[in-house]
Design a protein around this ligand. Structure first.
Ligand SMILES: Cc1cc2nc3c(=O)[nH]c(=O)nc-3n(C[C@H](O)[C@H](O)[C@H](O)COP(=O)(O)OP(=O)(O)OC[C@H]3O[C@@H](n4cnc5c(N)ncnc54)[C@H](O)[C@@H]3O)c2cc1C
Length: 609
């Protein structure tokens, strides 16, 4: 795989970010794993084989923090071309696009600690230079990062500022002659900190001109290991991903050449947040990769383990867990690959040397990227938690894989922006886009309000399709979300952002609409490509129907909370009547669907559609 791609750019229409909330999409416009090309499948196989044959056997050494093993594996991954996908060709990269980046993150995520080291290196450790580096910085550093000779790290957090990253205390001062910056301060929780060669470090620095002149603003710098005044503190002892390196960095009169300023003084927040934003879709799909592995273990164990004279896989309550896990994986794959498909389609029309245009194109999918992060990290936690339960007592001991999977999963809700911060981003970004007129959310809310006032409307889909019910639930889910957003915006206006619980509940509705729609569209695509259906409907249909019920349940709960916090008395009663009307749909036998999904999983022996 170590050559640049020759495949043609993705030919799909450009879908504006956030539009899933106001407009229906067609299966043909969305990218799902069923659209993988031969090249995609080969890369998935390469990454998966590497993780299975090289990384997993080295697990004990990795978990014992033998970082020489992690470095060797990063180098080997580089030889396969797996570390160079986001780096331009002229600097030793392969420049293969976001879909391939996601495929690698998905398939390499079989060993949590290595997966974090790998993605810290290829993502937050390398991308700041790809996007903001000067020509000299790119030439000096990118080839070494691409071929794994050097490992990268990204240092934003401090002991007193994690989510509140702009409040960093580390300072950088430019020398009188303008030749060096002196950095002082301490960074905390830095992935790859213990063994990286190059660190993107954020510090406050005095801005010389412009509207912020005289003020100290966040600025990014490149610091090489071995620079005098730069030391790495002790490794943290963590709940999970114990084999990844997480260290504080100490900067004591650390002098670096002025040429190591990354981007502009005072513009570090752009670098910090843009890099985290793009990392989120990768975290999401890596979480789904880990969930798939965990479900595979649970399935294998459930088939082997006997209780009451049967295999525990025969018990309905175990089947329920297996089916729920597989359904979340199905929806997670759908929403992550749909997101990267949209990003690649948007990037196909952008000049690859125009970094600002590339960033704008990516930023347009900020909501979808945050959904990938939040939804998939929570789906993974569900899968690994039920994994421990399926293993029973053996799930609680180190010898079995469920225990480590459970511990390793938990970090995903904390780093790359906590799930709370990402929930605020999801709703905040959509409201901002609505206010600026970028997204026609307000007209959609108005049309919906007019429709609900006019009384009940007919179901959207009255066809005989096995997915017609799920499609109708999707239409209702969208309406309910717009309804709740409309009521809350009318009640709180500009102060809505201060109502965090409502912002969070709206984010839950928004992400469920995206997950639900992605699952349904993916199932429709699969259904349309299944000839004859002699063997019955594809299992994807049952998964999409089950997810429609589960997503709707969450939306209904969240909408109830939003309405009750936004109105009272008769107004609230009227709103609850509308809520009941919008949520009303044909009953679905979710137990039957779960049994059908579990029977399929047990027949195939792994997660496969
Ligand atoms: C294993 C590991 C690896 C890491 N790797 C890196 C790395 O490579 N580089 C790096 O720079 N950082 C890294 N981090 C740091 C990580 O990004 C932060 O821990 C994270 O951003 C949260 O910051 P915090 O720990 O200061 O928590 P806080 O920001 O103090 O948050 C504590 C709680 O309060 C909530 N909260 C905070 N602000 C708000 C708000 N405005 N509204 C609502 N709730 C809020 C949070 O969601 C959280 O639940 C890593 C951390 C860990 C544990």
């Amino acid at each position: 795989m170590a050559t640049a791609t020759t495949s043609s750019p993705v030919e799909r229409p450009v879908t504006p970010g956030g539009s899933f909330l106001i407009a229906e999409a067609a299966p043909a416009d969305c990218f799902f794993p069923e659209d993988f090309t031969e090249e995609h499948r080969q890369i998935a196989q390469t990454a998966s084989d590497f993780a299975t044959n090289e990384v997993l056997p080295a697990s004990d050494a990795i978990e014992a923090k033998d970082f020489s093993v992690t470095r060797r594996l990063i180098k080997e991954a580089a030889e396969l071309g797996l570390t160079a996908v986001d780096i331009p060709e002229e600097y030793g990269g392969l420049e293969m696009g976001k879909i391939i980046s996601a495929i690698i993150a998905d398939n390499i995520a079989k060993q949590g600690s290595f997966s974090v080291a790998f993605s810290a290196h290829t993502g937050i450790g390398t991308l700041p230079i790809v996007w903001y580096g000067t020509e000299e910085q790119k030439q000096k550093y990118l080839p070494k990062l691409a071929d794994g000779t050097w490992v990268g790290a990204y240092a934003l957090s401090e002991s007193t500022s994690g989510s509140d990253a702009l409040n960093a205390r580390t300072r950088a001062v430019l020398s009188e002659d303008g030749s060096t910056y002196t950095l002082n301060g301490e960074k905390m929780w830095i992935s790859n900190g213990g063994f990286a060669d190059l660190y993107t470090i954020f510090a406050r620095c005095a801005v010389k001109e412009g509207k912020d002149a005289g003020k100290e603003r966040l600025t990014a710098f490149l610091v090489e290991r071995g620079t005098p005044g730069f030391t790495v503190g002790k490794e943290e002892h963590k709940l999970g991903i114990r084999g990844s390196s997480t260290c504080p960095l100490i900067l004591a009169d650390c002098k670096i050449p002025a040429a190591n300023l990354l981007g502009e003084v005072g513009k570090g927040h752009h670098i910090a947040f843009n890099i985290l934003n793009v990392g989120r879709f990768k975290l999401g799909i890596a979480a789904i990769g880990a969930a798939r592995l965990s479900l595979g273990h649970s399935l294998g164990y459930a088939r082997e383990r006997k209780a009451f004279g049967k295999s525990i896989a025969e018990f309905g309550l175990i089947q329920e867990k297996l089916a729920n896990a597989a359904t979340r994986i199905f929806a997670g794959e759908a929403l992550c690959y749909r997101t990267v498909g949209m990003m690649d389609a948007a990037l196909a029309g952008v000049d690859k040397h125009d970094t600002a245009a590339i960033q704008r194109a990516i930023e347009d999918y900020a909501v979808e990227c945050s959904i990938c992060k939040v939804w998939c990290s929570e789906a993974l936690d569900y899968v690994v938690d039920e994994g421990v339960q399926i293993y029973g007592g053996y799930g609680y001991v180190e010898e079995y894989p469920a225990e480590r999977a459970y511990r390793d999963a938990r970090i995903n809700r904390i780093f790359e922006g906590t799930n709370e911060i990402n929930r605020l981003i999801i709703t905040g970004w959509l409201l901002k886009s609505a206010m600026s007129g970028k997204l026609a959310l307000m007209p959609a809310i108005k049309a919906l309000m007019d429709e609900v006032m006019a009384g009940p409307s007919a179901p959207a889909d009255e066809t005989e399709s096995p997915l017609a019910g799920a499609r109708n639930v999707l239409a209702q889910a969208r309406k309910l979300t717009l309804f709740a957003a409309g009521v809350a915006s009318q009640r709180y206006m500009q102060q809505l952002a201060d109502q965090q619980e409502i912002m969070g509940a709206l984010a839950d509705c928004i992400q469920e609409v995206y997950a639900l729609e992605s699952a349904v569209l993916r199932a429709e695509k699969i259904l349309s490509r299944t000839p004859g259906r002699a063997g019955g409907e594809p299992v994807a249909v049952a998964m999409a129907r089950l997810y429609a019920e589960q997503g709707m349940e969450r939306i209904e709960l969240a909408v109830r909370a939003v309405l009750a916090a936004s109105a009272e008395g008769d107004a609230l009663r009227t709103q609850f009547t509308i809520l009941r009307r919008l949520a009303k749909h044909e009953p679905v036998d979710t137990i039957g669907l779960r049994r059908q999904i579990a029977a399929h999983l047990l027949r195939v022996g792994r997660y496969a559609l």
